[in-house]
Design a protein around this ligand. Sequence first.
Ligand SMILES: [Zn+2]
Length: 429
Amino acid sequence: MRIAIKDAWIITQNENRQILRGDILIEDGVIKEVGKVSSDADEEIYSHGDIVLPGLINTHTHVSMAILKGVADDVSFPDFLSKVFSIDAQRTPEDIYAGTQLGCLEMIRSGTTTFVDLYYAEDVIAKATEEMGLRAILCWAVLDEEFTTQKCRPLDNCRHFCESIDQEKSRILPGVGLQGVYVCSKETFLEAKEYADEKGLLLHFHLSETRKEVNDHRKKTGMRPSEYLDKIGFLGKNCLAAHACWLTLNEVRILAKSKTSVSTCPVSNMKLATGGVAPIPEMRKEGVNVSIGTDSSTTNNSLDMFGEMKTLSLLQKSSRWDPTVLSAQEILDFATIGGAFAIGLDRMIGSIEPSKRADIVILDGMAPNLSPIRRETLISNVVYSSSQANVKTVICDGQILMKDWEIKRIDEIAVLNRATEAARKLFSE
Ligand SMILES: [Zn+2]
């Protein structure tokens, strides 16, 4: 199958951050040519100056919670956690499946082609995601047995899930998730790490999201969370830490030295008023790889990476009283190639270059909010002016998931109806 995208503005995100006006040829899921394509294709997408960019990468979410939108708004963080945990305990495979498909649908419509998930029941989430056509790293949540509602030992469940995935064939990759220092002992962290290292898997965990988490951990161990994880020998280049808000400069240096990547989640942090603003400029200065996550639909309440990019920029500038903090190009890097690097897939996705998998998003070049279209302001338009409504066509792994705003492959109405029904049932209306 050969697909040609013709006459587009192409934001390649390659090493030179080149922007081209031209064509892209995709063959059997792989980008073959970028620039001028002369050969025939089975399907041609005439872009007439639309904006093409790599599919966005959401490096922290809990996708199946998409059906829990709005159930825990405007409450304190402890109240939020107790509400969400009590709902989590009542969830069924059916509503996790329905929630995942709803979340995937929202991500397709907002230009995300890859996401990292942290939850239990990743087997159900894998099936639902595979059907929707997205790429994902699904990290089964591991925590101490005394804190979990999972049947059987969480790490055994995680192992079982990871071994059930055929990594060669699938867009779905397994990973090892850890809830955080507040519910995971040293033994749990190290056992999970040993398994992830042995199998070459991502280790994804919450880190220093709230001041309480940091203070409690200091009281318990005498160390801040990153210092502790470094001391026990947990951190490493397959680590992806979500939030990372309450960090000292020493902790930023620890993350840099250990090659731990960060997924910053500005909307979730602001909505829950967790207070600490992730020190992204210091992370960049010290060499920490940064990516962006939306977190879940209960804390955001959206999975829209365009909204997330703009909010991240505004939060960092506003909190520093400094408009020069983080350029639009750096923000787009976090959402594309930085995300790919964070999950160890930078040789496969994250930019539009020959030999990479075809994960591609096309934005409407005729939208007033993206006009005027000029090479010099394209990146700025994408980061500061675009919205998910501009996402016109989405290709993941060479498969067209949406074309001219029409969802392909799956029955969109059925996904929406199933999600509403599942939510009603869960809340017994
Ligand atoms: Zn989270």
